[in-house]
Design a protein around this ligand. Structure first.
Ligand code: AHR
Length: 502
């Protein structure tokens, strides 16, 4: 079967929510302490007046990260936000039960908000539905968002912040189904509790976007909590029948395989998870009689990445050294989000610094891992609208993981997505997972023959190529071409072609 690729820049399929390029910073390993905040670093040039790493802020700005989830993750399940506000010398040090460390609380709500301001990003906070109470959750929303003359709003003012932070995104717990949670819950109990919490939170602040805790998108948990929580609820919403208590449904997935080809293809399972979750959302709405006037709940894929805790080093298997195969996997993850932009309202790479991250700090500076480059390309350019493409390519003969996804011989070597942005630039990403063959393709749909095309490539000679502080084996190559009619997509590579429509 010959490889073919057609692009249809005029066929816009769906608007891409910029929030699919979201980040995540958790109190875990060296993400917060040593990652975004490093006041004791002896190289004072790296640190700003707040103790933040200037180089990390610069790179987050370069990525143009629209939203960052905080403070976890599993960390949320025992986190009391009041420990992290007010004079730093009075903040308690606490045993921390998710990662079994000690939390100094030197970074808390106000510091995180300051960091978001410096990065130019929006905060997304996750509530403690483990040991935390509803009162505590309401107090946190009041502290962050209220303009009233009330206790917690005044506490914020006393702590130096007059203007409310206006935090829009709030998650109703994290992975509450998991045995690793301090207060693991059944789907029945969680659904009841989330519904009650959502009512109270929306009564306090109807402008919140509330995110229900889903699992992997295809489980009994997802089905049940959607069925119970996507209901018409006019009482808590000022009589409105055009709004809902729940605005998004979160799902998590990490992919990995010891086989580099299977590892690169593994994120294709997330595509199926998105399609199934979208159907479960529709089903719950239909069965509960939710009017089409209520905006459709979007998927919040608020933890995704390649992660093999056996391979990773550092505290709690948190620090990965990513290979070329992982970079291709990240590019396929992002292709999936672009292709499924109709259903995905937010996605957050887990995580943004040091912990399973494309960006690592050392005492002297930064290491950009292999996975940094696809993330940068997508986050910079793959915005606007998803457009239609047609690809056919020879297929990988083996099976992909998980086994239920595709039969042997059904996975095309080329994984593709394309966008057109608001200023008329077309962006095409082609991931060629074939380790032996490049594919020379005619570019059908690229009108005119005098177009200048920017080509960005991420590749290396080996699946195991990595970047460290001493060597950078995987980076970004850039070339400009004119009169491009066909293109050769190298073996084991990510290519982005970018041109302007006439
Ligand atoms: O991102 C690391 C951890 O993975 C998060 O804390 C948790 O939510 C997930 O299990």
């Amino acid at each position: 079967q010959p490889a073919e690729l057609s692009i249809y820049p005029k066929r816009k399929l769906s608007k891409i929510n910029n929030n699919i390029y979201g980040g995540f910073t958790e109190h875990m390993g060296r993400c917060i302490y040593g990652g975004i905040y490093d006041p004791d670093n002896s190289n004072k040039d790296l640190i700003d007046e707040h103790g933040f790493r200037k180089d990390v802020i610069k790179e987050m700005k370069e990525l143009n990260v629209p939203v960052v989830r905080y403070p976890g993750g599993n960390f949320c399940a025992t986190y009391h936000w009041l420990d992290g506000v007010g004079p730093r010398e009075k903040r308690p040090r606490r045993p921390e039960l998710a990662w079994l460390g000690v939390e100094s609380n030197q970074i808390g709500t106000d510091e995180f908000m300051k960091w978001c301001e410096l990065v130019g990003t929006e905060p997304y906070l996750c509530l403690n539905m483990g040991t935390g109470t509803l009162d505590e959750a309401l107090a946190w929303v009041e502290y962050c968002n209220s303009t009233l003359d009330t206790y917690y709003a005044n506490m914020r003012r006393r702590n130096g912040r007059e203007k409310p932070y206006g935090v829009k995104y709030w998650a109703l717990g994290n992975e509450v189904y998991g045995p690793w949670q301090v207060e693991q819950n059944t789907k029945e109990d969680y659904a009841k509790k989330a519904y009650q919490w959502a009512k109270a939170l929306k009564l306090l602040d109807p402008s919140l976007t509330l995110i229900l805790c889903g699992e992997i998108g295809t489980s009994h948990w997802d089905h049940h909590v959607l069925k119970e929580c996507l209901k018409v609820e006019t009482h808590a919403l000022g009589g409105s029948d055009t709004a809902a208590l729940m605005d998004m449904h979160s799902i998590h997935q990490y992919t990995t395989s010891n086989d580099p080809i299977k590892n690169a293809f593994a994120p294709r399972s997330a595509e199926r998870a998105i399609e199934v979750t979208a159907s479960l959302i529709d089903l719950a709405r239909i069965q509960n009689g939710v009017s089409p006037k209520v905006p459709r709940q979007m998927i919040c894929f608020d933890e995704w990445n390649v992660w093999d805790p056996q391979r990773a080093v550092g505290e709690k298997g948190a620090e990965e050294r990513y290979t070329l195969s992982d970079a291709l996997a990240v590019a396929i993850w992002l292709n999936v989000f672009v292709r499924q932009s109709r259903y995905v309202g937010m996605a957050n790479i887990a995580q943004s610094v040091n912990v399973i991250s494309p960006l690592m700090t050392t005492k002297e500076g930064l290491v950009k891992q292999t996975t940094w480059w696809p993330l940068l390309l997508f986050s910079k350019y793959m915005r606007g609208w998803t457009i239609a493409t047609h690809t056919s390519s020879p297929c990988y003969e083996g099976t992909t993981e998980p086994k239920w996804l595709q039969n042997a011989g059904e996975t095309p070597w080329l994984d593709v997505s394309a966008t057109v942005d608001d200023d008329g630039s077309v962006n095409l990403v082609v991931v060629n997972v074939n380790p032996d063959e490049s594919f020379q393709l005619k570019l059908d749909g690229m009108e005119g023959d005098d177009r200048s095309v920017d080509a960005y490539t991420v590749t290396a000679n080996s699946w195991n190529a990595v970047n460290t502080a001493d060597k950078e084996e995987v980076s970004l190559e850039h070339q400009s071409h004119s009169k491009l009619k066909e293109y050769t997509f190298p073996k084991m590579s990510i290519t982005m072609l970018r041109w302007r429509t006439g």
